[in-house]
Design a protein around this ligand. Sequence first.
Ligand SMILES: Nc1ncnc2c1ncn2[C@@H]1O[C@H](COP(=O)(O)OP(=O)(O)OP(=O)(O)O)[C@@H](O)[C@H]1O
Length: 474
Amino acid sequence: METEDRRILIIDDEPSICAGCRMTLADNGYVSDACSTGRSGLKALLSGRYQLVLLDMKLPDMDGMDILQKVKDSGIDLCVIVMTGYASVKNAVDAMKLGTFDYLSKPFSDDELLNAVALAVENRRFKEAHMAVRRQPATRRDFGNIIGENPRILQIFDDIRKVAPTDTTVLLCGESGTGKELFARELYAHSHRSDRPFMAVDCSTFSSSLLESELFGHTKGAFTGAVQDKEGIFSAAGNGTLFLDEVANLNMDIQAKLLRALETHEFKPVGASRLKKADVRFIAATNRDLKTMVREGRFREDLFYRLNVFPIIIPPLRERRDDIPRLLYHFLRQTCRQTGKRVDGFSDESLEILVNDDWPGNVRQLKNVVARLVIIADSPVLECQHLSDHWEAGPEPVRDEVPDSLDALKAAKQNLLDVQFGEIEKAFLKKALSEAGGNITRAARRVGMQRSNFSTLMKKHGLNSAAGPSSDRI
Ligand SMILES: Nc1ncnc2c1ncn2[C@@H]1O[C@H](COP(=O)(O)OP(=O)(O)OP(=O)(O)O)[C@@H](O)[C@H]1O
């Protein structure tokens, strides 16, 4: 974007902003022009000469949103950085929904301007590179640590291959145990920062005050017990990658500090008066619906858009059942190696039950179940009998984060009840079916339910009538 044919346009009615930006950009090798009205700016943009625009949202003759909409309608592929006052951050977020890449809150520093432009340039290069390169057929050869051939997993490998070489922030979303950390590590391994540190922080394991000092460090005397300066994870990550797990657990105060770190790559240790720089690549993960949290006012909207630049959704295991046999055999071999025990495989019947299970704890639960089955196995083939032994050991607890508000506590309680009640409900259906020899009508009658309700519940739990005598819960 530094060359003459890839100019930057600044549209702002304040001459001092235009002049200041142009000077800073010129000092750093960028070529730019400026327009002081919306109409002249729009005309210049529609000429197609510009690939990046710094756009003021409040112009005397036109609204910035109208300009954005018209450019979008024209089909011109433009990277937009919105410049806005603090009062209109909401407006800026709306603009992001129209395809805006970034926003700068006025007044902004030269560094903030240059950071935003550099990110936009990098994003542009990334998009161009991948438009030019023909899509490679999905292959899993270079993802040796991850077991999966399901099309949605292969698509994730493809996405990781594309996004890993950039410094773009990635948000991994998926239920607990789906493999978010594993995918984060693969992303890191495929990035140009793979020879630098990978630091993982579980945001749910620290109290808010401790987390701030863990992340950003602290100075001596910053709080009781801070007997010396301490480097935080941001500093320790050096020029590496920071994996923020369970990012939904950050409180509002730390969210604001993280937002600054994401925007300016600057952070302030607790008790320090000066900002420090950190050139870190961020990967975040969540098992919560951040959009809902934003709607409920529990997660900052601007931080959400900052994190959600490149979301990767990891499906729960029950939505990729074709991978279950591969995972079962992978963990079977792994446990056999670790324990020195010889178990060759699963009987067809037990495999079918395992494949049809709901796996609320996803791959982590499956891994633990296989380990337990191998340990208790007394024959080279795992039979249904072994599964029922496991079932008596109780369902796998689903790990969850420590709630940080009354609402979150209630949601956690409901979640736990749903999971545990679901298990009881399923066992109840299986028992009734088993006692009725697999006959749905008789099973429903025995427990005093209408057949239609009974069979709806069976569908909910993925049971068929054969799930009677032989089918036991894993
Ligand atoms: N596709 C997979 N292939 C092999 N192992 C996997 C796969 N997915 C997950 N695992 C294993 O399952 C366990 C849980 O994975 P991981 O910790 O990455 O999940 P997570 O989504 O980050 O969980 P949480 O949200 O609870 O932190 C790990 O031991 C991981 O190695």
